[in-house]
Design a binder for this molecule. Structure first.
Ligand SMILES: [Zn+2]
Ligand SMILES: [Zn+2]
Length: 262
C-alpha cells in the first residue's frame, strides 16, 4: 500500500472535523439533546466498517484494480482516451454505479434490511454519512471486485473518487444551515443538503427519490429527483425504529436480522 491509499481516510477525517465544527456554529436544527452520544454511536459504526473493509476487502480490491490496469481490461481501456478524460469518465461512471446500487438497496428486501440502519437515524448530521451496517459496506465492497475491472477503473481513480465523495456526503448529511441560494447552486451539479434530506424523510414517496451519491445528474436521468417545494424541514428516520433501544450500537448491528413491530 502506498501513501496515496490513505488519501480518502485523511480527507474524511479532516472534513468530518470541519463539518462537526460548522454544525455547532450554524445548525439547521438546534436544541438537540444527547448530540455527543449520537455522534459516538454513528462514529463507532463508521470505525468498525473502516476496520472491516481494511481487513477483508481493501487488499482484494487493490489487487483486482492493479490487475485490470496492467492487463488494460475493462470498458475505459477500450477507447485509448487521454488520461484526464478517462479519469473524469471513471469518476462519473463509478458514481453512476453507486446510484444503481443505492436504488437496489431500497428495492430489494434483503438489501433494505441492511440499508435501513442508515435511514433509521432520527437526528441526521454529518456522522450519519458513516452510519452504515457493516453488512451493507461489505456487500458493496464485494460487488466492486466485479465493477472495477468491468469498467476498467484504476486504483488511483477509485481513491480520487472516494476523496471527492467524502466532503460531498459529509455536507449533504450535515445539520448545517445552508442558504437556499447556495444550495440551489450546489444541487445543479452535486447532491446538496436540501436534496439528500428529502431522501431521509419518513414519507415513503420522498424516500423513494434522490438516490444519487455525488453528482445529481443520475437522479435527473433516472427521473428520481425530488425537492420540497414548500421548504418545510424534513422529519428524519423510520417510524418503526425510533425507540431508543433501536439506536444503540449493538442493536444497530442486529437490526437487519430483527424486524420491528410497527
Ligand atoms: Zn437510501
Ligand atoms: Zn444518506
Amino acid at each position: 500500500m502506498n501513501v496515496r491509499s490513505y488519501l480518502p481516510t485523511l480527507v474524511t477525517i479532516c472534513c468530518l472535523i470541519l463539518v462537526l465544527t460548522i454544525e455547532s456554529w450554524l445548525p439547521a436544527a438546534g436544541g438537540r439533546n444527547y448530540r455527543l452520544r449520537h455522534v459516538a454511536r454513528n462514529l463507532s459504526l463508521g470505525l468498525l466498517n473502516a476496520l472491516a473493509v481494511a481487513a477483508l476487502a481493501a487488499p482484494l480490491i487493490a489487487n483486482i484494480a492493479w490487475w485490470a490496469e496492467r492487463s488494460r481490461f475493462g470498458l475505459l481501456n477500450l477507447f485509448g482516451l487521454p488520461p484526464v478524460i478517462t479519469t473524469g469518465a471513471a469518476i462519473l461512471l463509478f458514481d453512476g454505479w453507486l446510484y444503481l446500487l443505492h436504488r437496489a438497496n431500497h428495492k430489494f428486501g434483503f438489501l433494505w434490511r441492511f440499508h435501513r440502519v442508515h435511514h433509521s437515524d432520527p437526528e441526521m448530521d454529518a456522522t450519519t454519512a458513516v452510519r452504515f451496517h457493516t453488512g451493507e459496506v461489505l456487500i458493496s465492497a464485494a460487488l466492486r471486485l466485479a465493477v472495477i475491472p468491468l469498467l476498467g477503473i484504476t486504483l488511483w481513480q477509485l481513491l480520487l473518487y472516494e476523496s471527492l465523495m467524502a466532503p460531498v456526503i459529509l455536507f449533504h448529511h450535515s445539520n448545517v444551515k445552508f442558504p437556499e441560494k447556495v444550495d440551489r447552486r450546489l444541487r445543479a451539479l452535486v447532491v446538496s443538503p436540501a436534496v439528500h434530506r428529502v431522501h431521509h424523510s419518513r414519507m415513503q414517496f420522498e424516500t423513494d427519490s434522490n438516490y444519487s451519491i455525488v453528482f445529481s445528474i443520475w437522479d435527473r436521468i433516472g427521473g428520481t429527483f425530488r425537492l420540497r417545494q414548500d421548504g418545510r424541514p424534513v422529519n428524519f428516520g423510520l417510524d418503526e425504529y425510533d425507540g431508543e433501544e433501536w439506536q444503540r450500537v449493538s442493536r444497530l448491528l442486529t437490526t437487519p436480522f430483527q424486524t420491528a413491530n410497527s
